[in-house]
Design a protein. Structure first.
Length: 331
């Protein structure tokens, strides 16, 4: 039989993911995608508490701040284009009010710090090896917030710089949380502004750094080949969004399926299907105004939620249960 694609064989993972695990997902927009999928499936997951972060130094800085959650102050903000921003955060925290900006930042930090201490799984997605350092300081910013390019020094991080930074950070994380297991991945999103060649140089740097880390810490770290799946198995442009850079929804679906096959066992996959069925029911719009039929449908859905919760008390479906109860009250 002729094989019409390059199949990426993923080695057996040294550890899995189950509903018993608290999960923290940090890094690029791909971390948002995977973390969002886990949340939809009822996992206890916190996703990008600092917003989307692209370079390894900014991701490391965010994790250290979660370990030592000193609140941000107004001195950590700057005002530009009518908004208050933080160089440590994505623009989704920016606000016309310094107080509201800090409230969002520190609320997310407080929740993330508690979550990290209890987490048994950390997924880390690096997007680029290029970092921007503001000329006023020695730190790599998480986001330039549309300030002039002349305000920054752009540098490509080396393999050793990334590996050394994360080797030290992992040891700090394990001192605080010895049970933590870490999954590294490289974002499959190309950085078009770097150009084709420099994008490959950047991604190669990230791949080599993550390889060094997984070799240094076998059993406690793992690598998931999201980038390779996109480049080799999904190389056709039908798997790209309209910008021809980001993965399309079918591509994200496929990478998510391979992630689940790698890290979830049969019991976990079965529970995930049950959660998906319940949430499909919640999105169902009745075709008939029959109130009794609608009530029976909601009662059946509520029963399924409670049976699933009894079967696996770690599944995060309490909001679904409250939603059904609310609909029953209003029916």
């Amino acid at each position: 039989m002729i094989n019409y694609c390059t199949y990426v064989k993923i080695p057996e993972a040294p550890f899995g993911i189950s509903y018993r695990d608290n999960i923290l997902s940090v890094g690029s927009c791909f971390a948002d995608n995977m973390g969002g999928r886990m949340s939809e499936c009822g996992f206890n997951v916190a996703v990008n508490p600092f917003g989307v972060l692209y370079n390894p130094l900014s991701v490391a800085s965010a994790c250290r701040r979660m370990l030592n959650p000193v609140p941000f102050t107004e001195d950590d903000l700057f005002f530009h284009n009518g908004l208050y921003h933080s160089f440590a955060h994505h623009g989704r925290f920016s606000d016309v009010s310094a107080g509201k900006c800090l409230s969002g930042i520190n609320g997310a930090l407080e929740h993330a710090a508690m979550h990290l201490r209890l987490s048994s799984r950390l997924t880390v997605t690096f997007g680029t090896a290029y970092a921007y350092r503001h000329k006023s300081g020695a730190f790599a910013v998480a986001n330039c917030h549309k300030l002039p390019e002349t305000d920054f020094v752009r540098e490509r991080l080396t393999v050793n710089r990334i590996a050394d930074e994360w080797s030290a950070l992992l040891n700090e994380l394990w001192r605080a949380n010895p049970l933590l297991k870490v999954i590294f991945t490289v974002s499959p999103v190309r950085h078009g502004k770097d150009g084709a060649h420099l994008n490959q140089v950047s991604k190669s740097t990230l791949l080599l750094a993550e390889q060094a880390l997984t070799e240094q810490f076998p059993g406690r770290t793992a690598y998931f080949p999201a980038y390779e799946l996109m480049m080799d198995e999904l190389r056709d442009y039908r798997f790209y969004a309209e910008d021809m850079i980001h993965p399309s929804p079918p591509a994200i679906d496929y990478i998510w399926e391979r992630f689940c096959d790698t890290y979830m066992d049969r019991e976990t996959l079965s529970c995930m299907r049950d959660v998906a069925a319940i949430r499909k029911n919640l999105n169902h719009k009745p075709m008939t105004p029959d109130r009794e039929a609608c009530k029976r449908f909601l009662m059946q859905t509520l029963l399924k939620i409670r049976q699933l919760r009894d079967k696996n008390p770690y599944i995060c479906i309490s909001t679904d249960e409250k939603e059904v109860e609310k609909r029953l009250e209003n029916n």
